[in-house]
Design a protein around this ligand. Structure first.
Ligand code: NAP
Length: 283
């Protein structure tokens, strides 16, 4: 029987939740296969993907520090990968063609729709100016947000995102993108329908995202991409103010679901049972 082989590459890789999710789905769907974690520092990346291609792997997920490095080795990529400047899914074909995808846009969008349902989509704030901020910006525009403020520690990185976006997609989009320094965030909170943290602040072993969200409207939403810990200071403060919120765990599951689909042409189910398993791993 043919075994479908898939892996996640990165360094460090010890704490990844991806094998738990994908092996769970392989079993649930009765697909013969295995998903493993392979520690891959940048210097071994080329050698590793060539080896896995030759061994008939379906593809791989990528995590730190390989999402940007991988762009050099792609034979095929779409507009989203180009704009985000990062790929987290590689699909290998029989002819050793490597296609890069970015499923963070999909993951964020699905999770945000679950959070806000049919609520109005006008103004949003993105905190951060890295790869995740770019993925979030794509998703918010696809979802119809009209004004998006990007607040970043380094303002010029946010401005670069705006410039790249206009160059890659369209210069006549009816969307206003405003870039500001993170220091000016609090005075702008009251105008926003959605606040998204895309920085690692709040993550285990990182300082907290130290902002006062008193001015956020109670009918706005908060999305923290961090999922370890499950409850960051931002999420805790949102709950205290009665603001609907989500951490990054649903996004993680949705991006994995899309990756699985790209490799195996099957859409696995995201269930409470799976979410509980992952939450237990984090705690
Ligand atoms: P990245 O490209 O390195 O960007 C990080 C951003 O955070 C940069 O804009 C950086 O600002 C800012 N930042 C970092 N440390 C900071 C600090 N001490 N104070 C203020 N700003 C700071 O990283 P990324 O790929 O965008 O990922 C960011 C986070 O999103 C990570 O924690 C990652 O785990 C999470 N993520 C979650 C999911 C999910 O599925 N839930 C998916 C993707 C990413 P500067 O521009 O000033 O350097």
């Amino acid at each position: 029987m043919k075994i479908n082989k898939i892996a996640i590459l990165g360094d460090p890789i010890k704490h990844t939740l991806s094998p738990k999710m994908h092996n769970y789905w392989l079993k649930e769907l009765g697909i013969s296969g295995r998903y493993e974690a392979i520690k891959t520092p940048i210097k071994n990346f080329e050698k590793t993907i060539k080896k896995l291609c030759n061994k008939d792997y379906k593809g791989v997920n990528l995590t730190i520090p390989l999402k940007e490095e991988a762009l050099k080795y792609l034979n095929k990529k779409d507009k989203v990968v180009n704009f985000v400047g990062a790929t987290n899914v590689l699909i290998f074909s029989k002819q050793n063609i490597i296609e890069g995808k970015n499923t963070d846009v999909y993951g964020f969008k699905k999770s945000l729709i679950k959070l806000i349902k049919n609520k109005k989509r006008k103004t949003a704030i993105i905190i951060g100016g890295g790869g995740a901020a770019r993925a979030v910006l794509c998703a918010l525009i696809e979802m119809g947000y009209k004004k998006i403020n990007i607040f970043n520690r380094t303002k010029k990185n946010a401005e670069k995102i705006k410039k790249d976006f206009i160059r890659n997609f369209s210069s006549n989009l009816k969307i206003k993108i405003v870039c500001e320094n993170l220091k000016n965030l609090e005075e702008n909170l009251e105008k926003s329908d959605l606040l998204v943290n895309t920085t690692p602040l709040g993550m285990k072993n990182f300082p907290a995202l130290d902002i006062n969200i008193e001015k956020l409207k109670t009918d706005s939403f908060v999305f923290d991409l961090v999922y370890n810990p499950l409850e960051t200071k931002l999420i805790k403060n949102s709950k205290e103010r009665g603001i609907k919120n989500t951490n990054g765990l649903d996004m993680l599951m949705y991006q994995a679901q899309r990756s699985f689909y790209y490799w195996l042409n099957k859409k696995p189910k995201i269930t409470n049972k799976l979410k509980k398993i992952l939450e237990k791993e984090i705690k």
